[in-house]
Design a protein around this ligand. Structure first.
Ligand code: ZN
Length: 153
């Protein structure tokens, strides 16, 4: 019977080989941001359509890089599509928590802790093994930092 690490490896490779929401959206109206991880050579551009109700109605990701960076971007895109922006931001914090990164939280963030607990990471938990390899954490978080920049764009 395959172990959990094999299962996680399969999920990561599946997203790497068949990335979800690949492509671009017209800017404007889409918001977008580009991210680079010079340590590994990863590049990710995130495109977001956010409607008047503050819901991420569409997301596209383009870029290139290692399997961790690209599969993390694919999982991120699948996880945030159709979600309200506050929930997306909660997911960003939860994922960074999984990566053992403290949120640079102001007091406004603290009030949202209950929301964060309710957010399901799903396939994203497959990336938790990355924490054992500090150099790869930047690969895994690149899509999420770029997402935050796009939200703030
Ligand atoms: Zn990388």
């Amino acid at each position: 019977m395959p172990g959990l690490e094999d299962l996680y490896r399969e999920i990561i490779l599946d997203h790497y080989r068949s990335p979800r929401n690949r492509g671009e959206l017209p800017v404007p109206p889409a918001r977008h941001a580009e991210g680079h991880n010079p340590l590994c050579g990863d590049e990710i551009t995130v495109f977001l359509d956010v409607d008047d109700a503050d819901v991420v109605t569409d997301v596209r990701v383009s870029g290139q890089g290692c399997s961790i960076s690209q599969s993390s971007a694919s999982m991120m895109s699948a996880a945030i599509k159709g979600k309200p922006v506050p929930e997306v931001r909660a997911l960003v914090r939860k994922f960074k928590g999984l990566m053992s990164i403290e949120s640079d939280g102001d007091d406004a963030d603290v009030a949202d802790v209950a929301d964060v607990a309710d957010v399901s990471l799903g396939d994203l938990e497959a990336l938790q093994g990355v924490v054992k390899f500090p150099v790869r954490i930047k690969c895994a978080t690149l899509a999420w930092n770029t997402l935050t920049e796009a939200l703030d764009a």
